[in-house]
Design a protein around this ligand. Structure first.
Ligand code: ATP
Ligand code: MG
Length: 659
């Protein structure tokens, strides 16, 4: 369409369409234009508006010359149709009688020019064509510019980023809707102010100076700012400020684009927090494991010493103190092991409603009468694969914290629910993978947790309670247990209102497994059987040997797995029970038991460990419910456990897997 238009009746070929049913007029025009146009004009004739439209639909014309009689409306009808069908081309009306009213009607309808037929000659027609094309091009340019502006405007208005335009001194001239949506300030409130409106006072000193120096020197500023919304909330903005220059290159305005990255930072910090907890967990678990062995030795020798002292001996009290202290230390290490996810587990398919109902019977004693306890059991909960003893620990710890947070009474609500976290939820809210979970929530109406404490409450030994009141291990234990069970824990708290802890445990799709009743064992520490004691820690081994020999057993000692194999093969008599550590270098307890199972089918096995890696548990064929003893244990507990295992029906039962 633009072909040759700039040089109307100039150098390029132009296509004109004459519209009108008068053949004489057409011939006249053709003659006139053929002289003027130097043969560069192509001319077609349409006898009616319909014909003109049909031609326009097939051919592109640079100009229409249209017969126009005031009152007949044909030409006006054509213009209307052209406009409606988007068939843009400049139109000149040719009329026998041109008066002011006729011209006005024509121009209003969209014609570029209205020319009197009687005054047509080479010059007038050339001028009219040039003028019409010129007007038409300008109109088109204006429309294009308007169109572009409209698109840009929409882009800015619909942008999810905050867009703000300020003048050179920083006074706001424009803010887009996202600005109001995030900050809470309407355009009326923002315009005329400066961006200091959003100042949070949390920027590092010197940042604003750097910002202004950069943009005033024509550079683009990029940085992360902490800003404050109208409601006082803070948000993190990734900011870009670009100077806007006029035609002479002078800076006239600044365009600021802010992206709200608050949520992204929250997710990043969640991830960092999880990684930090993981690292502390490994450290705590490692320390606790080594510490366990030392405790075993301390408590074992104390026990031995106590047994060798007469009942009224003055030293008995001192020994009792040692034993009490080491029991407390053992409790601590057990919690640290739980936090480090190194606690032995006895996994079962559990219905949490069932478990909570059971524990709830003893909770009132723990939390006291001033606190109302409400249990809202979710329907169709499904099951989780977890250790009931660990779940009990979680419930007790959370309930104890709720109690401490409500010294003057209040309400503790325990809820369960079956939830599905879909991809959309997960992307927006958390680093929890999408999936089906059983939710266990604890909500109290207590004092709440101040924001500065929230990030630390799951760390071991983090407590806000006064000396002697809290060890800071409660939540660390909960955290470790939840993680060990493949779950996630969340906390929401508002100081003065209360706190909610939410635990998500992965739901498993299986039939209910039977809960195994806990076995009560009669105390019968003595025996005369032959035991093979496999333990790589010499001090632990020796104290146990001493104690067991005193209790009537024949004890064969092995300092590692290979040693045990050798002794078992060499010893001629029967061996009734092997007591073996689970984790040992070269040959671990589970493998050792497996190798000896065929050679000594009647020998039972009791595993002991400070911890066992999950892999050992899964592949190690260890029955943690029936033939496992968690270190540190007292020698009496060992004696009881030995009797318990020796009294079980078959040796095979002692070496089948529970997980
Ligand atoms: N429900 C709660 N309401 C208010 N603050 C809580 C709540 N639960 C935990 N906290 C805060 O978290 C801290 C850590 O809790 P955690 O259970 O780990 O340790 P503790 O209760 O102080 O000591 P411990 O449980 O070892 O006796 C508490 O000191 C307390 O400040
Ligand atoms: Mg606690």
């Amino acid at each position: 369409m633009d072909r040759g238009r700039d040089s109307a009746i100039g150098s390029a070929q132009m296509q004109l369409l004459v519209v009108g049913n008068n053949e004489e007029d057409f011939t006249y025009l053709r003659d006139l234009l053929s002289k003027t146009g130097d043969g560069l004009l192509g001319l077609d004739h349409a006898h009616s508006p319909e014909e003109a439209l049909a031609r326009l639909a097939q051919t592109t014309y640079d100009l229409l010359l249209c017969d126009y009689k005031s009152g007949d409306g044909m030409a006006l009808h054509l213009l209307h149709a052209l406009h409606k069908h988007g068939l843009g081309a400049p139109v000149i009306f040719l009329s026998d009688h041109v008066d002011e009213a006729a011209v006005e009607t024509a121009i209003k309808a969209g014609a570029c020019e209205c020319v009197q037929t009687s005054s047509l000659n080479g010059a007038t027609i050339t001028r009219a064509i040039r003028y019409a094309i010129d007007v038409y091009c300008k109109e088109r340019q204006r429309q294009k510019a308007e169109d572009t502006l409209r698109k840009l405007w929409r882009a800015v208005e619909q942008s999810a980023d905050l867009v703000m335009i300020t003048d050179l001194s920083g006074v706001i001239e424009y803010v887009n809707p996202a600005f109001e949506a995030l900050t809470g300030y309407s355009p009326e409130e923002a315009i005329g102010q400066t961006p200091r409106l959003l100042k949070s006072g949390q920027q590092p000193p010197g940042l604003y100076q750097e910002l202004w120096e950069t943009i005033l020197s024509g550079g683009v500023f990029r940085g992360i700012l902490v800003n404050r919304k109208k409601n006082g909330e803070l948000f993190f903005a990734e900011k870009t400020i670009t100077p806007l220059r006029d035609a002479e290159g002078r800076i006239t305005h600044f365009i600021s684009n802010d992206r709200d990255i608050t949520e992204r930072r929250r997710l990043e910090s969640q991830l960092q927090q999880a990684q930090k907890m993981d690292a502390i967990g490994r450290l705590a678990g490692g320390v606790a494991h080594d510490f366990n062995n030392l405790l075993m030795v301390i408590s074992a020798y104390a026990e031995l010493m106590q047994d060798s002292l007469a009942a009224e001996h003055p030293l008995r009290r001192n020994v009792q103190e040692i034993m009490t202290a080491s029991r407390r230390a053992a409790d601590l290490t057990r919690q640290l092991l739980a936090f480090g996810r190194k606690q032995m587990q006895s996994l079962q398919l559990l219905d949490l409603n069932w478990i909570i109902q059971d524990i709830n019977k003893m909770l009132p004693r723990l939390i006291g009468e001033d606190i109302q306890l409400v249990f809202v059991a979710g329907r169709n909960l499904g099951q989780v694969n977890a250790d009931p003893v660990q779940i009990e620990q979680v419930v007790m710890n959370l309930a104890a914290n709720a109690r401490d947070a409500m010294p003057h009474g209040g309400k503790l609500t325990i809820e369960t629910a079956s939830v599905r976290l879909d991809e959309a939820y997960v992307q927006r809210h958390s680093i929890v993978p999408a999936g089906d979970y059983v939710l266990l929530a604890f909500t109290d109406t207590g004092q709440g947790i101040a924001p500065e404490h929230i990030a630390h409450i799951f760390e071991p030994f983090y407590t806000t309670k006064e000396e002697g009141k809290g060890t800071g291990l409660g939540l660390a234990t909960v955290y470790g247990i939840v993680k060990q069970n493949g779950g996630f824990i969340w906390v929401y708290s508002e100081p003065g209102i209360g706190t909610t802890f939410k635990i998500y445990l992965p739901r498993v799709q299986q039939e209910t497994g039977r809960m195994q009743p806990l076995k009560l064992v009669e105390e019968s520490p003595q025996g005369c059987e032959t035991l093979l004691l496999v333990e790589d820690e010499a001090a632990v081994r020796q104290s146990a040997r001493e104690f067991l020999t005193l209790n009537g057993y024949t004890v064969l000692e092995a300092k590692n797995g290979e040693d045990a194999l050798y002794i078992a093969r060499d010893y001629l008599g029967p061996i009734d029970l092997m007591i073996t550590d689970v984790v040992m270098p070269h040959l671990g307890g589970a493998k050792l038991a497996g190798q000896l199972a065929t050679e000594r089918p009647n020998m039972k096995v009791l595993f002991v460990s400070g911890y066992a890696e999950n892999t050992v548990l899964r592949h190690g064929a260890i029955d943690v419910t029936n033939s496992f003893l968690q270190k540190p244990f007292s020698l009496k507990a060992l004696a009881r456990k030995i009797r318990e295992v020796l009294q079980t029906e078959s040796a095979a039962a002692a070496s089948t897997s529970s997980s």
